[in-house]
Ligand binder design. Structure first.
Ligand code: ADP
Ligand code: MG
Ligand code: MG
Length: 249
């Protein structure tokens, strides 16, 4: 589904990702962990197509297509969802209208007709129940004055509405409290099907108690230096990232 080969990327003259290799197959949940500054968010940004970063080598294919050639909206159209640590606030744009536009843009990209009002509302209700979102939140301006937990809920709601094939969640540094962890985990776990892939980026093992990954990778200094199963996350929690450093030395 997603194939990352020797991906190199950086900013200005600095290389941050120094040859990343990662394969995600349908149905798999992968977690990327690693100390601060190792390049986790850079990887998420490069996959999202953020302009700030320059890709200097390697390739990323999604279902056989060259992802790096696609604009961020096209990546969404192909079925990739990326969550970010600090969602944008858009005064004057309600969550409902934002969602309507987002859902229909993806449908248009896929050559599908716009959802009619009844089907759209039905979908909204179904997904709202899934993330236990309050109806009143939907008429408020997108993310404006939302608490951290509400933003998180809204983000997972967006993910549920867009029904991505591959969800990439960068939860690093976001200081998820226990409610936010539960929201993220519920949303992600409901997305788990034999067809979908999920990439969870996290600094802490705690989230992985709720989203049990099939594979755990350690990103350190721009490279994946160790891969394993969920046991690796426990080992990291217990021993800290220093043991990786000493193993590498
Ligand atoms: P992580 O998410 O693992 O904490 P990041 O991907 O945020 O790591 O950062 C990796 C390294 O790249 C850090 O040293 C960081 O300072 C640097 N970096 C990331 N983004 C930028 C940027 N926009 N400008 C300058 N340096 C950056
Ligand atoms: Mg960081
Ligand atoms: Mg980060």
């Amino acid at each position: 589904m997603l194939e990352i080969k020797d991906l190199r990327a950086g900013i200005e003259d600095r290389e941050i990702l120094k040859g990343i290799n990662l394969d995600i197959k349908p149905g798999e949940v992968h977690a990327i962990m690693g100390p601060n500054g190792s390049g986790k968010s850079t990887l998420a940004s490069v996959l999202a197509g953020k302009q700030d970063y320059e890709v200097t080598g390697g390739s990323v294919t999604f279902e056989g297509k060259d992802l790096l050639e696609l604009a961020p909206e096209e990546r969404a159209g192909e079925g990739i969802f990326l969550s970010f640590q600090y969602p944008v606030e858009i005064p004057g744009l309600s969550t409902t209208n934002f969602m309507k536009t987002a859902v229909n843009e993806i449908r248009k990209y896929r050559g599908q007709e716009e959802l009619d009002a009844v089907s759209f509302l039905k979908k909204m209700k179904e997904k709202m129940a899934l993330v236990e979102i309050d109806q009143s939140m939907l008429s408020r301006s997108l993310n404006e004055g939302f608490s951290g937990g509400e933003k998180k809920r809204n983000e997972i709601f967006q993910m549920a509405m867009l029904e991505p094939k591959l969800a990439i969640l960068d939860e690093t540094d976001s200081g998820l409290d226990i409610d936010a962890i539960r929201i993220v985990a519920n949303g992600v776990n409901k997305l788990r099907t034999p067809e979908n892939g999920i990439l969870v980026i996290t600094h802490y093992q705690r989230l992985l108690d709720y989203i049990i990954p099939d594979f755990v990778h350690v990103l350190y200094n721009g490279r994946i230096v160790k891969s394993g199963t969920k046991e690796l996350a426990y080992e990291l929690e217990e021993r800290g990232y220093d043991f990786i450093k000493s193993e590498l030395a």
